[in-house]
Design a binder for this molecule. Structure first.
Ligand code: S5P
Length: 250
């Protein structure tokens, strides 16, 4: 597709948040709408994966609380790779408590997420004011989950999107459906070769989520980090995701 279509596609979104703008900038530059989910459990595995997938992604999604040997040396090393390979650090903490507790979980404890994360995920179940504590970070609201039997029904999703759209620090939402142009849409549960797992996860292809849901960013975990060659499969998801995204523009 011609470059002007690419520009239009992402700029049509009315994203005001600086982290959202930065993510769009990286996506256009790298021609990628891929976020790799690094659900590995050691620092060594995480750094190796970050190096391998780095050139192909716009952000690396993390669950820092599953790392057995967490340290701030890991954070420094990750930040260095993120700078060199141009991607953002996205902590998938899925906060879900009152504002005061979320603030402590965000800023304090072992991980001090506020000191290094560019983006975080949060449930919006505690209401709009509870989100105010996430300062200097792009918030991605969980409005709909990918798993079988999730409680995020249409009624919940409508209300959750309303909270997300009214909070100025929210730059996007995680969902399995089209949402408004005021938020970036992030869709996990993406896998080329699997339909799901035995623990409720449900998968769609990059084509399906881009064309049917008008997803901006696909999130891929096991499809990449469990493959024989993470760099090669990240490249494949990058190409498939970006092509599907361009085709979804019609
Ligand atoms: O609804 C959701 C929301 C998220 S953020 N469903 C999800 O699967 N996720 C996350 O995406 C999940 O926590 C995991 O880190 C990733 C999916 O991993 P995969 O291995 O199933 O691709």
């Amino acid at each position: 597709a011609p470059p002007e279509i690419k520009r239009l596609a992402l700029e049509q979104k009315k994203i005001k948040h600086p982290v959202g703008k930065r993510l769009i900038e990286i996506a256009l530059k790298k021609q990628s709408n891929l976020i790799a989910s690094a659900d590995v459990i050691t620092s060594a595995e995480l750094l190796k994966l970050a190096e391998e997938v780095g050139p192909h992604i716009v952000a690396l999604k993390l669950h820092m609380d599953i790392i057995q040997d967490f340290s701030f040396e890991l954070i420094d090393a990750l930040k260095k790779i993120a700078r060199e390979k141009e991607f953002l650090l996205f902590e998938d903490r899925k906060f879900g408590d009152i504002g005061n507790t979320q603030e402590l979980q965000f800023k304090e404890g072992i991980y001090k997420i506020a000191s290094w994360a560019d983006m975080i995920t949060s449930h919006v179940i505690a209401g709009e004011e509870s989100l105010k504590v996430f300062e200097n970070v792009g918030v991605v609201a969980i409005v709909e989950m990918s798993s079988k039997g999730t409680l995020t029904d249409d009624f919940y999703i409508t209300k959750a999107l309303n909270v997300a759209e009214n909070a100025s620090n929210v730059m996007g939402a995680v969902a399995q459906r089209k949402i408004s142009d005021d938020l970036l849409l992030f869709t996990p549960g993406v896998n080329i070769s699997s339909a799901g797992d035995a623990k409720g996860q449900q998968y769609n292809t990059p084509e399906r989520v881009c064309k049917n849901y008008h997803t901006d960013f696909i999130i891929v975990g096991r499809g990449i980090y469990q493959s024989a060659d993470a760099a090669e499969s990240a490249k494949e998801y990058q190409t498939k995701g970006w092509n599907a995204y361009l085709e979804s523009l019609g």
